[in-house]
Design a protein around this ligand. Structure first.
Ligand SMILES: O=C(O)C(=O)Cc1ccccc1
Length: 346
């Protein structure tokens, strides 16, 4: 449990307010006990934690239908060594139902509500690369022909492909730092008023006084995003006691733990990647995902990020230490990025 002094504890999150990350932060940290502070970018959240202007940070990490958030992976890898003390100390899952937000077309009246059916056949156009495109799950609630530009976070665009390619095919897309930033831009851009739209949350529609032009526009019904909580220093750091009880790894009775480790290998050594992965097997650390990012030192050379699950292995620092020592012998370099309580399904 966070104590009374935790009133001063600052949690930095990817904002502005009403982003999905904000909602995950509110679900994780009671607003009466913590100061929740919005940041403009994922980088700003990491910087705030590294510079100790915030004790914890919350960032999007992975989506069940669209995969990893590359910005977050790159910041965790920290090629420039500007964020050396950042460690993951928790995770939170959130169901994400996207909406298309904007303004109802002035020409859309009760007489022409049937327009929607003529706007589109309601099915995505087959192409040679995608002969059987996915059908959109929902229909627009209003005419969308006035929309000339759509704003959102790249992750959200990736999660709404079927709807966008069916009902807003060819409309200019602008990637911005978050879904709530997208809603802010649409709400503020008076010049373009009416012709811009954002993929954002239902909450953002209320906060920014925008109309919901379509609901549930993501490709799959079960669309979950995983967020990471980051701190400065590793798991034994005093900060742990400042986390809400459900994230405290040392107190939590649930057996399952997760960890993330980054490593690089010598690409010229045959079997180098397989040898690195074998270390996890040998130490009973179940590999659950592997991501790779370009090293940016040599083209076609990569840094790998593996996520592992375990139980008793995480309670015995000697066992972990042994595994990491062995990893040293088969990798060019590796970095322990933290371990945390598995909160899937909680
Ligand atoms: O938090 C947000 O609003 C973001 O823009 C990141 C994001 C994007 C899509 C799904 C979940 C989080």
């Amino acid at each position: 449990m966070a104590d009374v002094s935790s009133k001063k504890i600052v949690i930095a999150y990817l904002g502005p307010q009403s982003s999905y990350t904000h909602q995950a932060t509110v679900d994780s940290f009671e607003e009466s006990k913590y100061i929740l502070r919005d940041e403009l970018s994922i980088r700003d959240v990491f910087d705030a934690v590294q510079s100790s202007t915030a004790t914890f940070g919350v960032v999007p990490f992975e989506n069940s239908s669209n995969g990893s958030v590359l910005y977050t992976l790159d910041l965790l890898i920290d090629r420039e060594e500007a964020l050396p003390e950042i460690h993951i100390c928790g995770e939170a899952y959130m169901d994400v139902q996207h909406c298309l937000l904007g303004y109802v077309s002035k020409s859309f009246s009760s007489e022409n509500r049937d327009l929607q059916s003529s706007m589109s056949s309601g099915s995505a156009t087959p192409t040679s690369t995608k002969p059987f495109p996915q059908e959109p799950r929902s229909k627009p609630l209003t005419d969308l022909r006035h929309i000339k530009r759509i704003y959102s976070h790249p992750q959200a665009f990736g999660q709404c492909e079927a709807f966008l390619s069916t009902y807003l095919k060819g409309v200019e897309r602008h990637e911005v730092s978050s879904t709530s930033k997208a809603a802010t831009i649409v709400a503020e851009d008076k010049e373009e008023r009416g012709t811009e739209a954002a993929i954002s949350s239902r909450l953002a529609a209320d906060v920014h006084h925008l109309a919901v032009l379509a609901k549930g526009v993501q490709d799959v019904e079960d669309n979950t995003t995983r967020f990471l909580i980051i701190q400065k220093g590793s798991v034994n750091h005093k900060n742990q006691s400042l986390l809400p009880g459900k994230f405290q790894i040392l107190n939590d009775l649930r057996p399952k733990r997760k960890a993330l480790i980054a490593f690089s290998i010598n690409h010229e050594t045959q079997g180098a990647l397989a040898n690195a992965l074998l270390v996890f097997k040998k130490h009973a650390l179940n590999l659950t995902s592997i991501n790779s990012r370009p090293s940016r030192i040599r083209p076609w050379h990569y840094i790998f990020l593996v996520e592992v699950e375990g139980e008793k292995e995480f309670e015995d620092p000697d066992l972990l230490h042994l595994a990491l020592k062995e990893l040293d012998t088969v990798t060019e370099g590796n970095k322990w990025l933290g371990c945390w309580v598995d909160r899937f399904g909680m």
